[in-house]
Design a protein around this ligand. Sequence first.
Ligand code: NAP
Length: 524
Amino acid sequence: MTYLTVPITATNLREVGEQLRRAAAGGAELLELRLDYLEKLTADSAAQAVDLAKGIGLRVLATCRSVGEGGRFSGDETALRNILAAACRAGTDYLDIELAGLERSGQAIPQFTPLSPERVILSYHNFEGLPDNLDDILYRMAGYTPGVVKVAYKAQTISDSFAALDILRAYQSQGQQAIALAMDEPGVLTRLLAKKLGAFMTFTSLDEQAASAPGQVMLAEMKNRYRWDSIGPQTRLLGIIGWPVAQSMSPLVHNAAFTTTGYNGIYLPLAVAPETKELNRFLDGLLERPWLHPAGFSVTIPHKQHALDWVRRKGGYIEPLAGRIGAANTLVFEQDGGVSAYNTDYLGAMNAILEAPGMSREKLQGLPTAVIGAGGAARAVIAGLVDARADVTIYNRTIEKAEMLAEEFDCRFAPASDLVRLGENGTDVTTTQPTLLVVNCTSVGMHPNVQHSPLPAEVISKNMLIFDTVYNPQETRLLHYARRAGAGTIDGRTMFLHQAAAQFERFTGQTPPLDLMHRLLEEK
Ligand code: NAP
């Protein structure tokens, strides 16, 4: 069993009681009493805190973390031993002892009656980064205890997580349990995959204020979004690769879809730093570890083009459409070890356009269309529009990119400064049909820069149909101007929904629960 452990980080006994109740109600499986957080910490208050925790009916781990290991305890060794001894007499089920303290004192783990030595968790923390002597540290730890060892270090990049996952895998295959985790956002997968790899426990926080280490996922998210209860050894690993990814709605939508369809997978935010070498290192790391059961990955800014190159280098399958677009937003890891690249942005964008009232493939033919932007999203949108025979002009801040794209897709290009002349033909009062389709494929207007628009309000007129691929916020400044001018609008969430649904199908081979996905996006 991997215990879902909630650190209790209250500063007084009244708050301890409150946090304990919230943790139990939220589904905690083990309570870590962080005694070092108590402002009036004595042997007595430590015993009272353990008493309170035992009253909850869950297992208890008592920890008094020293300042040097990221905690708040600054007392001496004798004071520490008195506190820990009191916690043991009060009946704690497990006790955390720091390797650093033992090595400093040159002593063995003390006997804390009535706690048996197997109930001691020997811990090592590194807040700088992944130590290069991790094997040596584990070896030294094994010399001290027959019990569980815990290593926690700061992940500087997502690939630093592999060391912790490798430790869990090695202990699991020897029938032993360990706790190994990489702290901070890039290490989040070590916290969530702990159960899959049979770790002794993983730590989750009640809320952001109560977190005891960087990168802890909240208890409610762990239980609901990440489906803690259904994670098992065969659970497949999926996620969104990008930088940043914290704001992404993909984990919400895909995990909920897995629950509804019964697919055994967990979909995580995977913060892969912008450098191409980081992407390659991470994808290579996944490929080398089939026991993680990597199954499928959404790819977002800034990795779409390089993800395609990676699959090409691995000799994988590239869907012709993704090859033509030159960007992959979907990677599938096949069961036989092969990898494939797809692009579902094309379908997402075209479905969103064709769902607009009065729009059809026929009406798109020859329709003057301004695409703003020349990045990954623009490539997919332009490919779709050119296939539908729309009359496309590309506008981009960096004109050279617009020119290259126009040549590649056989359409026109113009400098972004020409956008102010878009509405010059005026409003055609004889038709209710859009006479110009405008698609924003830049990140202008995206959270947090919500006050920006790629087009000034004066340029927008009633005969335009404005599609903003930005989906956060749902009504961008551009769409707000469009609505005010009486123009038709298409928001980025419609595209998001369709591209995510197509990804789900690629990942799982199942029909996507479109209604559920749509409802979740609306609620969000
Ligand atoms: P990308 O490859 O990095 O391209 C970004 C584009 O935005 C480039 O053309 C860039 O111009 C332009 N740009 C960036 N900042 C700008 C600024 N301040 N002023 C003018 N132009 C600027 O990114 P991407 O993958 O194409 O994504 C672009 C947008 O599409 C994002 O907002 C994303 O949310 C959205 N998107 C939405 C969906 C969906 O499902 N709704 C799917 C994919 C993408 P330069 O060439 O001059 O740098």
